[in-house]
Design a protein around this ligand. Structure first.
Ligand code: DGL
Length: 268
């Protein structure tokens, strides 16, 4: 059985690459729902429908034992319902891991008390990070800005415009004297070096923490680890395939990869 990595778009490939670097043997299948991206501007109902169809595909057609839901928007919106309602009934014994709680745990482990966050409209407006943070430590303050222009710039080779856009988004957070900035979107991992240098701040980038959290999970859950096949295989699928996606996917994985088209609609 395989490890699934799911994202609304191509950003999940950066998380898959980071997982591959830490866990070189496990077989990974990475799915980007490019047909329905961006999730960040959609309704809860639409995000749930598309995310559930993607889970269904990864479990049924790809035989995934465990799925890392790398997409923050899907984690914020659909994860709890999928874990509580869909999984026990449709795929008992299999698991979906989100990124919100592991990211918060990491921020708190670092001792941060004033946390900034940038994410999609859905992730920020859902307030899921603040809610989860309050459950663990109500004394921590979180300051959030939705940054909807970043994903289109990243996906469309718009890096020459990104600095000005980042300035507008991040300056208000710096004015709040944040101690760290959570990049709460798969795609933002490719901005981490720029943000660290330009604003001289501590940055929490999920490609640096999710693989470690996954490794920790697998160590604590040998029943899952034992089911994962270990042939160092990698497969990459998108629900809509274009030449530009092929180029972008290769740059996100740091080497040429085979990107193939698949439909998840039958599972919706
Ligand atoms: N991948 C999504 C996330 O991590 C952002 C892109 C989108 O809006 O679909 O939130």
């Amino acid at each position: 059985m395989k490890l699934g990595v799911f994202d609304s778009g191509l950003g999940g490939i950066m998380i898959a690459k980071a997982i591959r670097d830490l866990l070189p043997n496990i077989d990974i299948v990475c799915l980007g729902d490019t047909m329905h991206m961006p999730y960040g501007n959609r309704s809860e109902g639409a995000i749930y429908t598309h995310t559930k169809a993607a889970m269904e595909y990864l479990f049924a057609d790809q035989d995934c034992q465990l799925i890392v839901m790398a997409c923050n928007t899907a984690s914020a919106s659909a994860l709890r319902k999928l874990q509580q309602e869909y999984l026990p009934q449709a795929n008992p014994g299999r698991r979906i891991l989100g990124v919100v709680v592991p990211t918060i745990e990491y921020a708190l482990d670092q001792g941060h008390k004033r946390i900034g966050l940038i994410g999609t409209n859905y992730t920020v407006n859902s307030n899921v990070y603040e809610e989860e943070l309050q459950k663990i430590n109500p004394d921590i303050e979180i300051f959030q800005v939705n940054t909807p222009l970043l994903v289109p710039l990243i996906e469309n080779d718009g890096m020459e415009w990104v600095e000005g856009v980042l300035d507008r988004y991040i300056k208000p957070l710096l004015d709040k004297n944040i101690e760290t900035l959570i990049l709460s979107c798969t795609h933002y991992a490719c901005l981490k070096d720029l943000i660290r240098q330009r604003y001289d701040i501590d940055v929490i980038s999920q490609d640096e923490i999710i693989p470690i959290k996954l490794q920790d999970y697998l160590n604590r859950h040998p029943e899952s680890m034992d089911l994962l096949s270990q042939n160092s295989a990698e497969e990459f699928y998108v629900t809509d395939l274009t030449d530009s996606y092929v180029r972008k996917a290769a740059s996100f994985f740091d080497k040429g990869i085979q990107l193939s088209h698949v439909s998840t609609d039958k599972a919706a």
